[in-house]
Design a protein around this ligand. Structure first.
Ligand code: ARG
Length: 421
């Protein structure tokens, strides 16, 4: 046990003063930052550390290796929670119903994952007698907002520390610290790797050439999706079935949501679908560029949006677009627990009651295009659309009267403003 770090008193209700830290629940990925943190917290606070790793469907993660590493680095307990189903049903599904895209292209996979990770951290912290939650976010990103807002909302009695935000170590110092304390460092240590975050709804890469706005995407960033130019020359059609806004089948085969997302991901990846090169306004003020690989989200959201267009009236469709954007903004901004979000969900659930049907997507070298649609609830009648007047609700002869009244105010205003000209 060494001296407690000294510093100015914190200014927020939830940040821990050094003497308040006795046992820490560390959100642990097994990577360099959180491994250095695991050692650093023990050394600098003289605190015990419990680690938590949450499985949200990160591809190719070896959780037993992560747990073993934590124990080797001195954790008194090392937990892994498989939260894939809860993530899919309670976080991704509402996002699907809300057609959630931030900034026109980001399907929010990280933003959806953070409140769940932080909620589980609160549960495990309480269970294991921790007084403080530690995370590895920097001070530049949105993730710190999402995690700390969640902890402060759900557990006012718990404190938070964010060592990466407060310590003065850069990557080179972290590697030196790791070497000095026998913390294994994976991969090359020369150049910084991409900063990656992923789960079953998508994967993001930041850093390196991505920060150079001028630089076109380099192939080595794509770990999931086949570059479109290398995708098969043969297009493939995939039919996604929905019941009340819930995706339930792929090509007629019924699947649970986690499995369905994985299936779409696999097919989409093969066809180069879901690459997004995104300029983004972070909630903390910075503008950044992210490279996203989101094959399943691209396919499922495209299909869901199309189905809603089919079953909604003009008024429902115009109105919901605005609410969708508001939902995406709240979630992006880390306000998952804001009551407006659940108010909006109530609306989304109601309007999605009509969203039952099947949408066919043609996948071809990076694109996913809607080619077929069917729904028992479609507000569509091919007979009416052919203008047959036989017993239909639509009368062509009524059209001129409609135009006369619909354009009335516009015509009056035009006349008034242009009088005498
Ligand atoms: N820009 C995205 C967001 O703010 C992705 C962030 C990825 N997070 C990370 N720690 N690499 O949600």
């Amino acid at each position: 046990m060494t001296d407690k770090p000294v510093g100015p008193p914190t200014t927020t209700s939830y940040e821990a003063e050094p003497d308040q830290v006795g046992r820490v629940l560390l959100l642990y990925s097994g990577g360099l930052d959180t491994s250095v943190m695991l050692h650093w917290i023990q050394e600098n606070y003289g605190a015990e550390v419990v680690t938590l790793t949450v499985n949200l469907g990160q591809p190719d993660e070896d959780y037993s290796a992560v747990t073993q590493k934590a124990v080797d680095l001195g954790a008194i307990d090392s937990r892994v929670v498989d939260a894939r189903e809860e993530f899919a049903s309670d976080f991704v599904l509402p996002a699907i119903r809300a057609n959630a895209l931030y900034g026109g292209g980001y399907p929010l996979f990280t933003a959806l994952g953070r409140p769940l990770i932080a909620k589980i951290a609160v549960e495990v912290a309480r269970e294991t007698g921790c007084d403080t939650i530690a995370h590895g976010c920097t001070g530049k990103g949105n993730d710190q907002v999402r995690i700390e807002a969640t902890v402060a909302t759900l557990a006012p009695e718990l404190k938070v520390i964010a060592p990466v935000r407060s310590w003065a170590m850069g990557r080179d110092e972290e590697i030196a610290y790791a070497r000095e304390h026998s913390i294994p460092v994976k991969g090359g240590t020369e150049s910084a790797p991409y900063s990656i975050d992923d789960n079953l709804w998508g994967r993001s890469s930041e850093g390196r050439w991505i920060e150079d706005l001028d630089c076109a995407p380099q192939a080595d960033v794509f770990q999931l999706v086949t570059p479109p130019e290398d995708a098969p020359d043969q297009a493939e059609t995939v039919v996604i079935g929905f019941e009340e806004g819930v995706p339930v089948s792929v090509n007629g085969e019924r699947l649970e949501l986690v499995e369905l997302i994985d299936r779409c991901s696999e097919i989409g990846c093969r066809h180069g679908v879901g690459i997004v090169d995104h300029i983004e306004d972070r909630i903390v003020g910075l503008k950044v560029r992210d490279i996203y690989e989101v094959p399943a989200a691209q396919m499922i959201l495209t299909a869901h949006r199309e189905l809603e267009r089919l079953v909604g009236t003009i008024h429902q469709n115009r109105f919901k677009e605005n609410l969708d954007a508001e939902w995406a903004y709240l979630v992006y901004a880390g306000l998952w627990w804001e009551p407006l979000r659940s108010d909006l969900d109530a609306f989304m659930n109601e309007s999605n009651k009509q969203a039952t049907g099947e949408i066919g997507l043609k996948l071809y070298k990076g694109s996913a295009t809607v080619v077929t649609r069917s729904s028992p609830n479609a507000v569509y009648d091919a007979q009416l659309a052919t203008f047959s007047e036989s017993g239909g609700l639509f009368r062509q002869t009524a059209a001129p009267g409609f135009i006369e009244l619909f354009s009335l105010q516009s015509r009056m205003a035009w006349r008034l403003r242009n009088q005498g000209k």
